[in-house]
Design a protein around this ligand. Sequence first.
Ligand code: SF4
Ligand code: SF4
Length: 373
Amino acid sequence: MRNLLDSQRCPKFQPSFTNKECDHYIYAENDKMEQMDGVCGLCNIKGAYRCVADVTRIIPLSHSSVGTFLTCHYLYYLQKILGIEVRPPFLSNALKAGKLWDCVKQKHLGIAINLQDVINEYEIDPYIVAKVRALYHAYKELEITVDEGYELQAKIDMTYDIVLSPSSFIPSININQEKINLWADRQDQDADERKWIFPMSITGFYDRKYESYFCEDKLSGSPSYYLDSFYIDSQCSTYFMADPKLEYCVMEVALFPQQKILEETKKRQAKESPEDLYKRILQDVLSRPSHYFQGYDREKHRYGKKFFRGEMNIQAAEERYRQIVLEILSCRYTGNFYRNFQSCGNVYGHPCDYQKICRNGNVADAMYRVREK
Ligand code: SF4
Ligand code: SF4
């Protein structure tokens, strides 16, 4: 495998007998601090994230990283290999509201979180805080509750072995009787009966997991998206794949006060304080709870919509992962994480947060940072 590597990816690349790409290479570790063989390692140089010269070990997938790769290969490269992330204050208001709602719910269910620290770190607008506060206080006043016996933020960690022959993995063409492997040296073109077995690792988190089902907690301006099995198939299938005991999921979707309210708020902002907005939204949520808490059941004090395992196309999700793991490896071999300009103006409904990097060709420290290793 190592003969596929060259020092063009990184001038410091100098493989050691301990299988490190160079002295700066850090082996990947799991959350128990155990070395994970076969997983792409990190680079300890300041400002770097993954080792860019390590193109043989896998990078674990998640539902969201696959979504990023499908959106734009270059976006995947920036986020998952260079580890560049947008500093929290520069995220969209929708993401900030979702983050705050997540934290509020997790704190409500028992995780120690300082909400003011989150508000400060993300520099969340007081009017957005007022809306999330109003929703949460209505949630409590309506005595909405959840089933006991959950595990919060339960980890998904699954591994599948993919078995392939080198010729099925690497592009090849048949010329007469001979199979020509497009990426191998000419002298290595003899028949190759080897099988490559390498793991496909998929990671992620359930918001709330029970013995036989899980719950996903969303705050959205368009709740119908999360209540349509067609749109959530990929995410839910991943979660069902990870645990065969799971029979169904409950999508708990709360409506973030929408455009009409935002426009009114803007017009009145000179007169309406965040506190006034809070009171107005609280009254609105209490007067029509099922509008804000989708599927609200007054008797059971619950909300959400149930989706059963059989409604999801799990086989298609598995096949998609098997293919995408190869496509990502292919981009890493060639170094060609090409840009998808069709996504620049619309990544999940918003202009791509990385446009400044693509337009200017540099990474502005004020707006971006490199992930913690
Ligand atoms: S990216 Fe870092 S760890 Fe990898 S070869 Fe270069 S310096 Fe070494
Ligand atoms: S701005 Fe466009 S090309 Fe650049 S990362 Fe985003 S989607 Fe990809």
